[in-house]
Design a protein. Sequence first.
Length: 377
Amino acid sequence: MQDIASSSGNNSSQILAGEETEACLPGPSPWILNPLLDYLFVAGGMLWILWGLSALGTATKNDPTSMVYGAILFCGSLLISDVHGPATLARVYTSATTPNKTRRLVTLAAVIFIALGLPCLFNPGLAAIFTKITLLWGVQHYTAQTYGVVMIYSMKRKFNLAPFERLVVQNLLRAQILFVWTRACTYKEYGALNFMGLDIPFWGPLPIGFLIFSQFALVLMMIAFVLTFAYRFYSERRLLPLPAILSIASVITLTFIARDNFNYLIGVIFYHASQYLAITYSYYLRELALKRAQSNPTAAPPALKEVFFSRPSLLYYASILMVGLFITFLLPKGIAFFGISFTLALCVVYSVFNCHHYLADAFIWRIRDEKVRQLLV
């Protein structure tokens, strides 16, 4: 979703096709799904609720509340986190809006990442490096996704961002990435961890001046962000959409937390993964509604809630759920069956699949494509 703010010219045939598509879609909505689901699972509301509940309890192993949090993490991982990656594959290979060239590139990327992962199965050092790169790349991935969410809500609310305003939002999020990466290479407690049984190396330490610079850049961009949109509110009496503001606050807070922290896992599931799943599911539902409307042009376009519980919708979720279970659980166990360390299998499968997910995501969310923009917005 990094390119969500980009746009390019369209010829008359593209515009005509876009107008016909828009006429068949459900009416415009300021929400991705609906107000409740958006605030809980897109903007980070559920994340803050669970953080708050966690702060109220002791969350020790012998505390009943820890069992509740464990159940929440397990169910969230199973039904949301493990599913959001396969949703990318569904978007690539089943959506009519995905160009064949993009499908070929995504397939080629899969072959390349699998080739990179194979030697890692037999070398813990290589596996640790591959996993380290994946974890660092993940910070950029979900931060770029947040920028995409900000742009979606702004376009849905007709809150047109000027080039300077977009630059401020982009650089705020870039400064946050820079800070997190620099901190991970300065302090060992943030850069080294045991990830699913594999010791991830610490790459550092960098001179402390780099971290001080990144902190200064982040604070500077926070001030610029507040002043920019305060001026916009003063001059137009319009505020950046609240779900967009909450999304920015959520992702910055999430990345400040140590990666091995319990609350970080809550954030990955109930902010990043749930956000991505909501967007891809909304995209799928709108495309499904479009197909139904085009097959019966005389009928009014179906509302999203009419297709949400339809058979194709339920089959869609069941399919990506099964794929997620296969990739997360069955595939590592199958690899371990041949005598390879289960820890290595877990980490390598995680790295291969997520790196492919990150790259594919950058290919498919091209807002300058008229049809993609209409289905997103």
